[in-house]
Design a protein around this ligand. Sequence first.
Ligand code: HEM
Length: 449
Amino acid sequence: MDTPRFLPAHPDRLDRVAGPWASLFGEHSRNAIAGWSNAAFGQWHTRRKLGRLVVHIPRHPDAVERVLLANAANYHKPRIVKKLIAPLVGRGLLSADGELWRTQRKIVAPSFAPGAVAGLIATMAHAARGAMSDWPERGTIDVAQTATDTTMRIIAEALFSADPRLVTPQATRHIAAALEAAGSVRLSAILGLPTLRLTRVARAGARGQRYLRETLTAIVRERGPEGGEDFLGGMIRDLNTRFSRSEATALAIDNAATFYLAGHETTANTLCWAAYLMAGAPQVQERAREEAKAALTGDPATLPQRLPYLKQVVDEALRLYPPAPRFDREAVADDMLAGEPVGAGDIVSIWPWLIHRHRHLWDDPDAFDPDRFAPGREADRHRFQYLPFGAGPRICVGARFAQTEALVILAHWIAARRFALVEGAPPDPVGLVTLRPRGGLKLTLSPAD
Ligand code: HEM
């Protein structure tokens, strides 16, 4: 389809390369996707020395493949990042390595298999319709808020039998604060600097972490070793067959926090950015709407399979605004990454934000073009230049859940409403742990027909 070019918002780029310490101060410390130079989107590898620490940022897909797949055993989650996120997610799946990681992955994987996810489509559709019941027929809404409320409800229902303690506005506020604080202290922690616990952000973050951990601890303890008939219950039972009672309880709490956090904020961001992109490209939106309307008349259990064009839109939204804009590893032993030496103990940062907009990997990289993901176009790209869910053995365990959820919700929303940009109010993308629109994302609604 020949669609007018839509160039969605991104932070300004610098003409010069910023010094390594710029990442600690200034805009980059508040927004990890800001403060990059134009050159950063054309280079293959950067090596930065920060004090005694060496940080590599490889962009060549061969190097990324080596870190995440071919030599994945040599690249662990960084000790410093583990320490940083421990108060929130402990030793759960996201932060564990080695045998502890393998065991936990084995326990949760069946809950995210195709059949299990298809069984959640009705829950997802119900939440999508519920969100619309609060919308005006015509007018402006904050898509970020409605998306977060919707995905939070779905994760609470799908994994925790809709425990009411997990869907309150108070819970939403605490989670946002905990994530913001974790993101803002990340770099100082990597460098071993004090993490300024006295700032407002840090104090709110600590309160948020406490609230979340206390709530999930109460929920897990109330369940007892039998667990109950949902994801959390199955995980508690399985953990109790492999670990001591106290260890199983501790890991159940860590994973409850991991899945609650990892399982909704990222998908909420995907919904936001996809809605924004379609608002900026009305022809794309119209084509996706026609597809959605037709798809919604069929069997709900197979709805996502009838949305191939909307899937292209979501894939492109995940390219332009990867909800996890970076993730890190620490080298266990010396290695070579596409000709660049890496030392034991070095940090290797994988940056989907840079790789997804790299000018030697993509044509017109900053433009919105869902046709990049049209069937048959896979051969145009390297498998490791598109990484919204990571890759290799540690690829996001919830990827299918997230893609299904995004398709089901967006199909309901665009079939009922037309989304348009609000004049003079472009979104402000900000990346800390996740990539979200700062201050929300306002779009104007009108009836679809
Ligand atoms: C669009 C939505 C999502 C995005 C973009 C996303 C992205 C990612 C990425 C990039 C990783 C790999 C990080 C690394 O290698 O260091 C990851 C891992 C993970 N994600 Fe997601 N995620 C999404 C949704 C979900 C959902 C819905 C769940 C659960 C319900 C989830 C749970 C996890 C967990 C537990 C891990 C750790 C897996 C492991 O290390 O074995 N994510 N995610």
